[in-house]
Design a protein around this ligand. Sequence first.
Ligand SMILES: Nc1nc2c(ncn2[C@@H]2O[C@H](COP(=O)(O)OP(=O)(O)O)[C@@H](O)[C@H]2O)c(=O)[nH]1
Ligand SMILES: [Mg+2]
Length: 313
Amino acid sequence: MSKANIQWFPGHMHKAHKQIKEVLPQVDIIIEVVDARIPYSSENPLIGAIREKTPCIKVLNKADLADPAITEKWIEYLEQDQDIKAISITTSKPEQVHQITKLCEQMLPHRLGQDKQIRAMIMGIPNVGKSTIINILADRIIAKTGNEPAVTKNQQRIRLPSGIMLSDTPGFLWPKIENANSGYRLAVTGAIKDTAIEYEDIAYYAAEYLIEHYLPRLQQRYEFEDVPQSDHELMELIAKRRGALRAGGHFDIYKVSTILLNELRSGALGPLSIETPEMAAVEKVEVAELMALQAENKVEKKKSRRRKYNKRK
Ligand SMILES: Nc1nc2c(ncn2[C@@H]2O[C@H](COP(=O)(O)OP(=O)(O)O)[C@@H](O)[C@H]2O)c(=O)[nH]1
Ligand SMILES: [Mg+2]
């Protein structure tokens, strides 16, 4: 999505758009926490178009679960934007988290010095690790981690030991993504739970991706002799290995889905990434086209309404 040609947002994006516009003048830098396994699908779909020159640090968190080689590619890709710095971290290594502070200072030298202050805003989808990061940066427990309700209204502002004023906006609306693939990938990582996508469909999406990108890992984990040719074959092979076969050659799809998704999410299949910069580049164009088409349809509808109205007069 190019920054210039976004003039139209689907209805559900309007409120989020307005909110972002409102808070932007109050911040010097955005710390956007994304999931290192899906940096595109877990990003805020509006912020890139709205932030203009506001610097942004993309924090690829949970890097311990992601494929290091792909994470490196992501960092390079994201940093093609002049105002973006990207780092991959895992919160189990606090020194990596503290790199965020260093980056803020490097990116905003004019905000350093007496009676000056860096105002940073942290944002990210639920469960991506914001609270864990805040607690490390603050050097004390201020934010609840783990299962917190998705919508808490009040904005928190914390003065970090480094002097940075960090605001956290838990009530920040996160616009829905227009990209179906992103929905699947968010579901695969467990980022969205109450999803419209069937559980088994999520597992099949994962199976297809793993066969294409991580076949040796699958082989190592499930020790099959025959290479699965399809997502369904993979599921069947896992069923065989894990005793989920039923009489008549059928298998318990729900059970196998649970096995595959749990093992993927827990890192049992090794660190892996579920999207690449190449995939994102293609999908961004598709999404932009889709949105342009929707915008056109909207204009058409308006015109036809006006025609009807004029006829009646
Ligand atoms: N594997 C892994 N898990 C993490 C990491 N950072 C946070 N988590 C876990 O992710 C979950 C959500 O973290 P939390 O900080 O509450 O996310 P928030 O909803 O964005 O505030 C918790 O169970 C954390 O322990 C990380 O770097 N790696
Ligand atoms: Mg939190």
